[in-house]
Design a protein around this ligand. Structure first.
Ligand code: NAD
Length: 506
């Protein structure tokens, strides 16, 4: 039984005030802000005008001229201070994330923890932006590779991670010497306004940072497109749908701007006969129902060995039928609302297509009594061919389950979609596990063993292949995307030998 919902707007005022967001920034604009929790209007934000976009980019260019010369470890100090401010406000910001995008409190708080973690990572990185020394073929010469700051970075983000994706980019970009301009999703502007206010506190603690190091431009795709087109923006890091990424990629290519694209996924897991079935079930249940199926890494397709398929399917249907769905501010709820009615319509369409193809479907129905929030029962779909709706990413809790006989066939089907973000295998068989992560295995950017597809750690490079866009963010050596590489050859001899032995005497 689900109780009526406490109005989301009541929470918003207190949270935004606590984090220092001025009322005018979110109460007086024309773009309505709705919380998916109850669908009610919380406030209104003003879209950035063309003049404001131009001013933000100009300020960013001026900031770059200063920031690029600040020693990287000192730049790291600003990010350390940001992490400190976020620690103080972790609970409030986590609640605001929940309010903005509807994910449960533990996930909202986990998202802020991820931001704190990437700040820590970036602080360490600020002392490790290593270049190379390269053997020169010429006597009395030294060759090296140096990494320099790139320039203003535009960060365009999706609704489902209202702050983590910004932080993956911003923390690294800032220690690498670049200012950032954030165009958050028009569906989750409040989190961005709060983060900017917290960033300004870190700036005040830091003392002498240039103005214009970070700004937020509210608006829809048009504001994003203006940044993509602006010649001063050197890197466009865009997270969202493949549709958006294709447009951004083509426009950026017109002026040879660098892009970092993190786009849609159509992720799969394989459950082999040797798997720990209880573990695989729990991981897959979180993978497909967690965040109401609205993660880029959400599990969408599951290949279960025929010998355990029927039992596994029955248990997954039971888990989906009984999962606690409701107000994400209630800690007992594991699944919150979809972001909006459009998401529910896309889910309905995918299920109608599956039904028309003769599939067996459980769940997928709407749950009433929760204000104007859109709450759905996660759907488990089976007994359909690997085609039609299975091939596209529907950003909702739908799991397509298939029986397989041969592992090579399962891997081949897993890889047969246009996207290549996350994948996993559940197995106790070492040969199966090694095959899965080998060159002949999964073609995704993320390939896990005995872990689900969703819930990445910040230490690894995050991103995917094919229509997922090819970008890598967060850990490992992803920082290189935010810097320009320079090759330096130094001649400390009195002679001038030319490379490759070329003669040119004058
Ligand atoms: P979306 O594509 O609708 O919007 C994403 C962002 O792009 C928004 O800020 C939007 O305003 C902006 N935008 C739209 N058109 C634009 C244009 N022409 N130029 C510049 N900016 C433009 O995506 P969404 O519905 O917010 O998010 C869901 C999608 O994001 C899913 O496909 C999901 O898989 C993907 N996603 C991917 C990752 C990843 O790391 N791979 C992470 C999170 C979400």
């Amino acid at each position: 039984m689900i109780d009526a919902i406490k109005p989301a707007a009541d929470d918003a005022t207190a949270l935004l005030k606590a984090m220092g967001v001025k009322d005018a920034l979110w109460q007086s604009g024309d773009r309505p802000v709705h919380s998916p929790i109850d669908g009610a209007r919380i406030g209104g934000v003003p879209d950035a005008t063309a003049d404001e976009i131009a001013a933000a980019v100009a300020a960013s260019e001026r900031a770059f001229a200063v920031w690029r010369t600040v020693p990287a470890p000192r730049r790291g100090e600003l990010v350390r201070l940001l992490g400190q401010v976020l620690r103080v406000h972790k609970e409030a910001l986590g609640r605001l994330v929940t309010l903005d995008c509807g994910k449960p409190l533990s996930e909202g708080s986990g998202e802020v923890q991820e931001v704190i973690d990437i700040c820590d990572f970036a602080v360490g990185l600020s002392r490790q932006l290593y270049g190379l020394t390269i053997a020169s073929e010429r006597p009395g010469h030294r060759m090296m590779e140096t990494w320099h700051p790139l320039g203003p970075v535009a960060i365009i983000t999706a609704f489902n991670f209202p702050v983590a994706v910004w932080a993956w980019n911003a923390a690294l970009a800032l220690v690498c010497g670049n200012p950032v301009i954030w165009k958050p999703s028009e569906k989750t502007p409040l989190t961005a306004l709060a983060v900017q206010a917290l960033f300004e506190r870190a700036l005040a603690d830091f003392g002498d940072a240039p103005a214009g190091l970070s700004s937020v431009l509210i608006g829809d795709g048009d504001v994003g497109a203006a940044l993509v087109a602006h010649p001063a923006i050197r890197l466009i890091s865009a997270t969202g749908s493949t549709r958006m990424g294709r447009i951004v990629n083509e426009q950026a290519a017109q002026r040879f701007a660098r892009v970092l694209l993190e786009l849609g996924g159509n992720n799969a897991s394989i459950v082999s006969p040797s798997a720990d079935v209880d573990l695989a079930l729990r991981a897959s249940a979180f993978g497909f129902m967690g965040t109401a199926g609205q993660r880029c890494t959400s599990l969408r397709r599951l290949f279960v060995h025929r010998s355990i398929h029927d039992d596994f399917l029955a248990r997954m249907r039971a888990a989906a039928a009984s999962i606690a769905i409701g107000d994400p501010r209630d800690p007992a709820m594991l699944v919150g609302p979809l972001i909006d009615a459009g998401a529910a319509a896309a889910m309905d369409q995918a299920l109608a297509d599956a039904r028309a193809a003769g599939a067996t479907i459980s769940g997928g129905d709407r749950i009433a009594g929760l204000g104007d929030g859109v709450y759905v029962r996660p759907a488990v779909v089976s007994h359909l061919a690997h085609t039609g709706p299975v091939l596209r990413e529907t950003f909702a809790p739908i799991l397509y389950v298939f029986a397989y006989d041969d592992l090579d066939d399962a891997i081949s089907l897993q890889n047969s979609v246009d996207q290549g973000l996350s994948s996993s295998i559940f197995t106790a068989d070492m040969r199966e596990a090694e095959l899965f992560v080998s060159a002949a295995g999964s073609d995704c950017g993320i390939a896990n063993i005995n872990i689900g597809t969703s819930g990445a750690e910040i230490g690894g490079a995050f991103g995917g292949e094919k229509e997922t866009g090819g970008g890598r963010e967060s850990g490992s050596d992803s920082w290189r995307a935010y810097m320009r590489r320079q090759t330096n050859t130094v001649n400390y001899s009195g002679a001038l030998p030319l490379a490759q032995g070329v003669k040119f005497e004058i």
